[in-house]
Design a protein around this ligand. Structure first.
Ligand code: ARG
Length: 371
């Protein structure tokens, strides 16, 4: 049955079929959280964020919200239904029997927390203490979907304990250096241990029957095994990108655009031995264009490669950040119509166009692209 705006239905099997309904995050009350093991390991060593924490400056919150609101309106004008989360008070500390942290993170970006697979939305375990309660920002929406769509499966992965046993102390030093980090990444030695299953939703890409999951700082092997057991009808593939000294979240590294075509970060190429399933099935993996910027914006966790963090609206149309001219040009050459969206001043809140959204409904069914 065709999608109708008057009826809520949750369904999305991949990253590219026509998008009908989406969640766009909010910058309200976002905080730079205090130090904690998994987060510190991820903050780039030369970043302006080291040693700083607290509520983000109000003018940056207002500006990011303006851009996110505009993006939501732009999507609505194209006929996409857009929902927004309800921000909780992120200044509240988090205390469990196992850990304490003095503040939370925000309700950005939704892609990190919510994994939509078919008729299910799964709240990820998360791996930062400051993000332990982040799902609460989305609960009013998920509650609504659950009440309105009888097929909707609202699931939550087991909450992790996040004691110190979850983190390798070697990663806690101030200065590790990129050479050491790259060596560790090549050995698949990351900040998170195998104490318990951990995953962030943004480490997962959906290709119909196949889920491709990055093993790195935010997702461990037990997290991937948990996903495998949770989705028994899927094939779950583990991937690594050894060129990335800060491997978190796959969506500035490996970006499928449509069946048969993926852009890959040229500094973080998928290793030869992990390319088999794509090559055998005639998929092309092309190097992404260079970012238009030499540095990320102020107080930003991510790299300049948010350039390739695009949101695919349908197999012929893609949203690209407005200043990312090289990425837009490449999309055009690859036969995609480009929708420009201004978002750079919101990057500091956790990411780009793919990160700041979470799928609720895309057309299409669960297909096997790698038979
Ligand atoms: N690790 C990426 C980079 O800095 C950022 C990914 C952000 N993605 C997300 N879903 N928050 O290159």
């Amino acid at each position: 049955m065709a999608w109708s705006p008057d009826k809520t239905e949750v369904k999305s099997w991949n990253e590219w079929d026509t998008l009908r309904h989406v969640i766009v995050g909010r910058a309200d009350d976002c905080h730079i959280p205090p130090e904690e093991p998994a987060l510190d390991a991820k903050v780039p060593e030369d970043s302006d964020m080291r040693g700083q924490w607290g509520r983000r400056p109000q003018e940056t919150i207002d500006r990011a919200n303006e851009l996110l609101d505009n993006f939501a309106d732009q999507l609505r004008k194209r006929g996409v239904r857009v929902d927004r989360p309800v921000s909780i008070d992120h200044s509240q500390p988090v205390t469990t029997p196992d850990f304490h942290t003095d503040s939370q993170f925000g309700c950005m970006p939704p892609r990190d927390v919510l994994l939509t697979v078919g008729h299910e939305m799964l709240e990820a375990t998360m791996s930062y203490r400051c993000r332990w309660f982040e799902y609460l920002n989305y609960r009013p929406l998920l509650k609504q979907y659950w009440e309105e769509d009888p097929r909707f499966r609202h699931e939550a992965a087991p909450k992790p304990r996040l004691t110190d046993a979850d983190y390798h102390p070697d990663y806690l030093s101030e200065k590790i250096g990129d050479a050491q980090r790259l060596e560790w990444a090549a050995e698949k030695f990351f900040v998170t241990t195998e104490e318990e299953p951990l995953f962030d939703a943004a480490d997962v890409l959906r290709f119909g029957k196949d889920l491709v999951v990055q093993h790195g700082f935010t997702t461990n092997l037990k997290g991937i095994e948990w996903l495998r057991r949770h989705f028994p009808d899927h094939r779950v593939h583990t991937v690594n990108f050894p060129g990335d000294p800060y491997p978190i979240h796959i969506d500035a590294t490996f970006t499928p655009l449509r069946p048969g075509l993926i852009v890959n970060n040229p500094q973080r190429r998928l290793p030869e031995e992990q390319r088999g399933m794509f090559e055998k099935n005639g998929w092309e993996i092309v190097d992404a264009a260079q970012p238009a910027h030499n540095t990320p914006p102020p107080l930003c966790y991510s790299s300049t490669w948010l350039s390739m963090n695009v949101l695919v609206l349908d197999p012929k149309t893609v949203c690209v950040e407005k200043s990312e001219v090289y990425q837009a040009e490449q999309m055009d050459k690859l036969g995609m119509e480009v929708v420009e969206v201004e978002l750079r001043d919101a990057y500091a809140f956790g990411g780009g166009l793919h990160c700041c959204t979470a799928d609720v409904y895309r057309d299409g069914d669960c297909e096997d692209y790698f038979p």
